[in-house]
Write a protein that binds this ligand. Structure first.
Ligand SMILES: *[C@@H]1O[C@H](CO)[C@@H](O)[C@H](O)[C@H]1NC(C)=O
Ligand SMILES: *[C@@H]1O[C@H](CO)[C@@H](O)[C@H](O)[C@H]1NC(C)=O
Length: 453
């Protein structure tokens, strides 16, 4: 007779279930849902874009690593990653495969599959940070994920996905895809615990239109990368003046006209553009044309301007043609189109007197990164105005603003001729260049109580 023969069968089963329940609850379930918890806090940072071209996301990764987090950085790796990422022992990079076949639907399904696979392997993380846009398909996935696996979701709002889409459908708010995009952004935004925005205006928008509680939302401005620094503070200058540098730096010296002399008051300006219709280079060319005729007709004391236009894009050849037509007639203004490596671009910026921005924003809520890079290089900016630009460019303090080619022309005259204005603006830009990533990152994260020190 066995030991348990007096016990009814059903009771035995109940006993087994009773004993195994805690095992399931404390060992198996946690393993399935949270993976392996470590002693360090963990954060997944996910971007549906090329990591090498997502500076803000890479800085987030480095900063979290420095603040004692273990960082799982996920995204496409199309280009070489900066060393600050690839050499950091606290950051693990998970590359998402590009799905090239199968049309639009196939691509999205491929993405979904890749994301889910990553997130499953990384379950157990304390936080997950995603960049928006894009919001499809990542936003719905991470919201479901955060409820299932109990991790906290942070959305880093760079812009609004639907506003970019709307631009594609020529401003049509009622296009079905735009409507879907609005719905997804609106709904799933509420799944996040914390929000970071690139402007105050965007925070206001999220609070007014998306009903996101303000206390969970912090403004965290973009900051220039470390390689953008003022000329005086850059390496390899050692006593050289800017004028000597432009005539000796290999990447531009052949583009500088002979007898061009910064010490005599000649000025270099720079704009970077992707030559798309929403960034109208013809405003700048128009203003320079008026400048040229002002010189001929009214004021022969106007300084010479050398204007660099950097970048590539669909309308580039068109504008090169336009400029070539005027080349022989123009005397004061000289325009060069260049395409620079990522090492040479910061070098060019700090050699210039000021930058020009023709950027307009799709949502009207974000700020152009190129202005931040210019400020990082310590040069004032003459910028095409739109409402939120006030958060960055202060007229007569660190830059000048304009609405059309006439105003840009006036700004050019002020900034090239009036020494007092130029000195004041330069000082404003120099102060701006001291505003770097680290200090503002810490302040924002403390405000959200993500870090404490
Ligand atoms: C990696 O994390 C440790 C703390 O866990 C930290 O002291 C160190 O600075 C981090 N490394 C980098 C490169 O940030
Ligand atoms: C932040 O500070 C660390 C040193 O503490 C430095 O290595 C890093 O480059 C800085 N990051 C940025 C983006 O300025």
């Amino acid at each position: 007779m066995s030991l348990f023969s007096w016990v009814p069968n059903w009771l035995l089963w109940l006993l087994i279930v009773y004993i195994s329940l805690p095992l399931a609850l404390y060992v198996v379930f946690p393993y399935v849902f949270y993976g392996e918890r470590s002693t360090k806090k963990r954060i997944i940072i996910y971007v549906l874009g090329d990591l090498g071209h997502s500076p803000r996301i890479c800085y987030h990764a480095s900063s979290f690593s420095e603040s004692n987090f273990e960082v799982e950085l996920c995204g496409y790796v199309d280009n070489k990653l900066p060393e600050s990422i690839s050499e950091d022992p606290n950051i693990t990079v998970h590359s998402l495969g590009r799905c090239t076949k199968g049309g639009m639907i196939g691509k999205v399904l491929g993405q979904v599959f890749g994301i889910v696979k990553h997130l499953w392997a990384l379950r157990g993380s304390d936080y997950i940070l995603v960049q928006n846009p894009p919001s499809i398909p990542i936003l719905p996935i991470v919201v479901v994920y955060r409820y299932l696996f109990r991790c906290k979701l942070i959305i880093d709002w760079h812009n609004l996905a639907y506003s970019i889409l709307r631009l594609k459908y020529s401003g049509n708010n009622w296009h079905p895809l735009v409507l879907i995009s609005i719905a997804i952004e609106f709904l799933f935004a509420h799944g996040a615990n914390y929000h970071l925005t690139v402007t105050k205006a965007m925070k206001q928008f999220l609070s007014d239109k998306f009903w996101i509680p303000e206390k969970n939302c912090v403004v965290f401005y973009d900051r220039p990368a470390v390689q953008f620094r003022p000329f005086e503070l850059s390496d390899g200058v050692s006593g050289k003046s800017r004028n000597e540098a432009i005539h000796s730096e290999p990447f531009i010296k052949d583009l500088i006209p002979q007898d061009f002399d910064l010490e005599k008051g000649d000025k270099i300006i720079v704009t970077s553009t992707s030559f798309t219709p929403d960034e109208d280079i013809s405003i700048l060319l128009g203003a320079l044309k008026i400048y040229e005729s002002s010189y001929k007709k009214f004021d022969s004391s106007l300084p010479r301007i050398l204007c660099f236009i950097t970048g590539k894009g669909p309308l580039k050849d068109h504008f090169i043609g336009e400029v070539a037509k005027n080349k022989k007639l123009w005397n004061r203004v000289h325009i060069e189109f260049v395409w620079l490596s990522s090492e040479d671009y910061p070098k060019l910026l700090r050699l210039c007197d000021f930058g020009v921005s023709l950027h307009t924003s799709s949502s009207g809520l974000d700020l152009p990164m190129k202005i931040l890079d210019m400020f990082g290089s310590g040069i004032p900016v003459i910028a095409l105005n739109y409402p939120v630009l006030d958060e960055l460019v202060k007229h007569d303090v660190n830059g000048l603003k304009f609405m059309d080619r006439r105003e840009l022309h006036e700004a050019l005259i002020f900034a090239t001729k009036d020494r007092k204005i130029l000195t004041a603006l330069k000082e404003g830009a120099r102060r701006e260049s001291e505003n770097r990533w680290n200090s503002s990152w810490k302040a924002s994260m403390k405000e959200l109580r993500l870090i404490h020190k």
